[in-house]
Ligand binder design. Structure first.
Ligand code: NAP
Length: 289
């Protein structure tokens, strides 16, 4: 039987550390959350993020825009937040309403305030192995792995999914941890046989219970990123949890695995952005009167 990784508890411990660190600052970090339209799932995510901010002592400001907002309206909001010295982090809640170019809008966010780590500059810094703000969900998965393994070197890791939001940055992080990485997607041939070889299987597809017990080798570390709504309305991941838990060495549940880590990483990124901005402004020589 697998060790069930309690992402909720790990995220709570991390948040408690962040809270202590934030309380000792001479300023209060602030996160601006931009929500467009009235997608119920996005509203829940935003509510959870705002609650997490309150818990750790980060100020949060919500900007809710109607679904029929123009690109210019959104660009104006982002520009205002970029120029507001009181705002340290900007989060554009995805997905945006149909027809809106999320990549173009993300590019409008100042990389210094890009707490989702999705601007091309932060993506490029990740690929180059340079310091920067890194996407929250893969960062959370990296912590879950490192809690169990002192080194990931040489492990064969498979990431199912190649989105900008998760799959691509996750594969980069694993590579930087000296894993041998396979990045799979909808055109991959023989996915099951590839998974059977892997020490680490990370599923981020959005297909309920796709990863079955016979896809996973004994003792593997299985991370389930997927969030799907079952026929009974309950949340299920991309992994057939009960069957895979009987085979794998470690497994993250849905809910209570990766999700809470994503929010904790958002708090961590907001603190990191706030510190960098405050250090930079302290180092900038004051203008002579
Ligand atoms: P996405 O942009 O829709 O990407 C899904 C990926 O899965 C694509 O790369 C796609 O391949 C691949 N795929 C689709 N069908 C496949 C198949 N049959 N076999 C292998 N690969 C297949 O989704 P995402 O944003 O990465 O999110 C994935 C899941 O994670 C969703 O359920 C989402 O809700 C969840 N998620 C959870 C969190 C969290 O905090 N827990 C955060 C982010 C995402 P192609 O590229 O070839 O189309």
């Amino acid at each position: 039987m697998s060790k069930i990784i309690d992402g909720k508890k790990i995220a709570q411990d991390l948040s408690a550390q962040l809270k202590t660190e934030i309380a000792a600052l001479s300023y209060t970090p602030a996160l601006a959350v931009v929500l467009v339209g009235d997608n119920p799932a996005s509203e829940v995510y935003v509510r959870n993020k705002v609650r997490a901010c309150t818990n750790v002592g980060i100020d949060s400001v919500e900007h809710v825009l109607p679904a029929n907002s123009s690109l210019a309206d959104l660009e104006a909001v982002i520009a205002k937040l970029n120029n507001d010295p009181k705002v340290n982090g900007i989060l554009l809640q995805l997905p945006l309403p149909e027809g809106m170019d999320s990549a173009a809008l993300i590019e409008q966010i100042s990389p210094a305030k890009d707490v989702d780590g999705l601007t091309y500059q932060n993506m490029g810094r990740l690929v180059a192995g340079a310091e920067g703000l890194r996407p929250c969900t893969p960062s959370g998965c990296e912590i879950l792995l490192k809690q169990e393994f002192s080194s990931l070197a040489g492990k064969l890791a498979i990431v199912i999914g190649r989105s900008e939001l998760f799959g691509k940055p996750m594969a980069q992080m694993l590579l930087q941890n000296d894993c041998t990485v396979m990045q799979c997607h909808s055109k991959t041939v023989g996915l099951k046989a590839l998974c059977q070889q892997a020490d680490i299987v990370i599923a981020a597809v959005g297909r309920a219970q796709m990863v079955k017990a016979d896809w996973v080798k004994d003792g593997a570390f299985v991370i389930d990123v997927g969030i799907n709504r079952g026929a009974d309305g309950k949340l299920v991941g991309d992994v057939d949890f009960n069957a895979v838990a009987a085979k794998a060495g470690y497994i993250t549940p849905v809910p209570g695995g990766v999700g809470p880590m994503t929010i904790a990483m958002l708090m961590q990124n907001t603190l990191k952005a706030a510190k960098a901005q405050n250090e930079k402004s302290a180092a900038t020589p004051k203008q002579q009167p």
